[in-house]
Design a protein around this ligand. Structure first.
Ligand code: PRP
Length: 173
């Protein structure tokens, strides 16, 4: 059965927010090269749009993690599926997420990446659902704080579909 997808945040609003975030990052890291790390797969769309709008030099890498669980509820155990290709030691690292939910993924990633001695380490997320947090962790920069609804688009999926929607959609009950 096909889901009905409504619009939670329209394309123009998402683009404007990413522009604003990129301007803030470009200003903060002026004179430096930022190394942005995307967490596959969801963060890819946000990461690309953000990177195109940055006015400072950028390098990129990707990693992939998965949570054990029964598909709907996470066990909270995060497993590294694909590690970074390059060392982050001494680099200005920004971890890019599409969404923060329980905070478990981010908590795991922050722990393993900070041990690798980056010069600086920040986390930015396009969306945040603070109502779902089970781990005490916050991003350094957030695009939109959203309610606890099933969102898709801009990298976010429902059974791997809808990642390509150019807006933040919501699955309607
Ligand atoms: C999503 C998102 C984060 C994580 C956030 O990834 O991209 O990595 O969940 O959830 P948490 O705060 O509860 O840990 P997902 O596991 O859906 O993989 P995907 O990016 O490949 O869709």
């Amino acid at each position: 059965m096909a889901e009905k997808v409504g619009i939670l945040i329209g394309e123009a609003e998402v683009e404007a927010k990413i522009e604003e975030m990129a301007a803030a990052i470009s200003k903060e890291y002026e004179g430096k090269t930022v190394h942005i790390i995307g967490v596959l797969k969801g963060s890819v769309f946000f990461m690309c749009e953000l990177a195109k709008k940055l006015t400072i030099p950028v390098t990129m890498d990707f990693m992939s993690v998965s949570s054990y669980g029964d598909g709907t509820t996470s066990s909270g155990i995060v497993r590294l599926v694909k590690d970074l290709d390059e060392s982050i030691e001494g680099r200005e690292v920004i971890l890019i997420e599409d969404i923060m939910d329980s905070g478990r993924t981010l908590s795991y990633l922050v722990k393993i990446l900070k041990e690798r001695k980056p010069a600086s380490f920040k986390v930015i997320t396009l969306l945040d659902k603070p109502d779902r947090r089970v781990v005490d962790i916050e991003p350094d920069m957030t695009g939109f704080i959203i309610p606890d609804r099933f969102v898709v688009g801009y990298g976010l999926d429902c059974a791997q579909k809808y990642r390509n929607l150019p807006y933040i959609g919501v699955i309607e009950e």
